[in-house]
Design a protein around this ligand. Structure first.
Ligand code: CAA
Length: 257
């Protein structure tokens, strides 16, 4: 499949999506949205893929939604087309998605990274929701996902002042899961993705579903949901294989990957 604004590749059981509008610092126009969502859906449906990595360039993961494309739009335009609702498709990906972020992850770039399951940041990464400087507000989930990830105080600070957070602050705040030197970013993300893709895929998908549930429900309901999914893992052949391999002191050979 030939794309205009992204590159796709596979390495082993990992699908890689690279945002590729270098002249615009990977600004997210509507073509990027359609192509990223399309590539995610294609990897999700591909039996040979167990995990997906989204990345950008060393200078920018993505510097936000495309301001030049948005600038002439009226209220009617944005409302009628439900601008950016198309990104919801990205969050319906059932296989894990890792964001490997170097450089700017601003506005929609930060929001796309937060749609992923976790963020591995290079030490030059800078996160921010600078929409307020344009007299708009986040429109791809920034006010909601950032608040859930870093808490109200820091999310307010980011959304109201438009300041950027460096990689260390992002890790400290729970936005990034780890920070690595820029030169190691892709190796680290690929190592994590390959590890995930080596496990039993239905168990991996259930773990993702269970963690995501925590953001949507009460603790009592979430614990119940987790327990029911946990019980259902005992229907997997791979559960027998995983536990047998442990007791027999050998490597598991999972069938459902
Ligand atoms: N949209 C469109 N074009 C963008 C862009 C964006 N979000 N960000 C950068 N570019 C373009 C610039 O216009 C420039 O293009 P030209 O060479 O044709 O002028 C090119 O990318 C390089 O950018 P700069 O010259 O500005 O590079 P810099 O290194 O001096 O600055 C930067 C980098 C600080 C990231 C700066 O580009 C910047 O502030 N970008 C905008 C960040 C922003 O406000 N993002 C939020 C967008 S709104 C949004 O995302 C809404 C939402 O929630 C969905």
């Amino acid at each position: 499949m030939a794309y205009e604004t992204i590159l796709t590749d596979t390495r082993g059981r990992v699908g890689i999506i690279t945002l590729n509008r270098p002249k615009a610092l990977n600004a997210l126009n509507l073509t990027v949205m359609d192509e990223v969502c399309g590539a995610l859906a294609a990897f999700d449906a591909d039996d040979k893929i167990g995990c997906i990595v989204i990345t950008g360039s060393d200078k920018a993961f993505a510097a936000g939604a495309d301001i030049k494309q948005m600038q002439p739009l009226s209220y009617q335009d944005t409302y009628a087309q439900d601008l950016f609702a198309g990104w919801d498709a990205a969050t319906r990906t059932r296989k894990p998605v890792i964001a490997a972020v170097a450089g700017y992850a601003l506005g929609g770039g930060c929001e796309l990274a937060m749609m992923c399951d976790f963020i591995i940041a290079a030490d030059n990464a800078r996160f921010g929701q600078p929409e307020i400087t344009l007299a708009v507000i986040p429109g791809m989930g920034g006010s909601q996902r950032l608040t859930r990830l870093v808490g109200k105080s820091k999310a307010m600070d980011m959304c109201l002042t438009g300041r950027m957070m460096d990689a260390d602050e992002a890790e400290r705040s729970g936005l990034a899961s780890r920070v690595v030197p820029l030169a190691d970013l892709m190796d680290t993300a690929m190592e994590a993705a390959e590890k995930i893709a080596s496990f039993s895929l239905p168990a991996v998908m259930m773990a993702k579903e269970a963690v995501n549930r925590a953001l949507e429900t009460t603790l009592t309901e979430g614990l119940r949901f987790e327990r029911r999914l946990f019980h259902s893992t005992f229907a997997f052949e791979d559960q027998k294989e995983g536990m047998s391999a442990f007791t027999e002191k050998r490597k598991p050979n999972f069938k459902h990957r």
